[in-house]
Write a protein that binds this ligand. Structure first.
Ligand code: ZN
Length: 119
């Protein structure tokens, strides 16, 4: 693993494990919030619309959380293969500054930027 010391790897692994636990807790919490809205409930019209909007937001967050969980899982798995900190596209080391901000980053800055330009 180029450019990362054992200490740094331990730290990132810890941060990713914590993030995973947090995401899973949030997903469990939002699972309760995103239950189908019961339209038979005797609630006012505005409240019902609010409830439906809340449900939509909870689902959008769940999608984002799910993507993040997949990235965190993939990053944790890359410790086993000795590839943590390497860009999954160009296989060059991801800069430490970037990992500090987003330990689950799958790509280096250059690759990420070129993906975003292509979109
Ligand atoms: Zn790259």
């Amino acid at each position: 693993m180029p450019s990362l010391t054992t200490e740094q790897l331990k730290e990132f692994w810890q941060r990713l494990s914590d993030a995973k636990a947090q995401i899973e807790a949030l997903l469990q919490q939002t699972a309760k919030d995103s239950k189908p809205v019961d339209l038979e409930l005797p609630i006012g019209r505005l409240t019902r619309i609010d409830a439906i909007q809340m449900q939509g937001m909870a689902q959008m967050n769940r999608q984002q959380l799910d993507i993040r969980r997949q990235q965190v899982d993939a990053a944790l798995a890359s410790f086993d293969t000795g590839k943590y900190g390497l860009c999954r596209h160009c296989h060059q080391p991801i800069s430490l500054a970037r990992l500090e901000i987003l330990p689950e980053s799958p790509f280096c800055v250059d690759c990420q930027e070129s993906f975003e330009r292509e979109r």
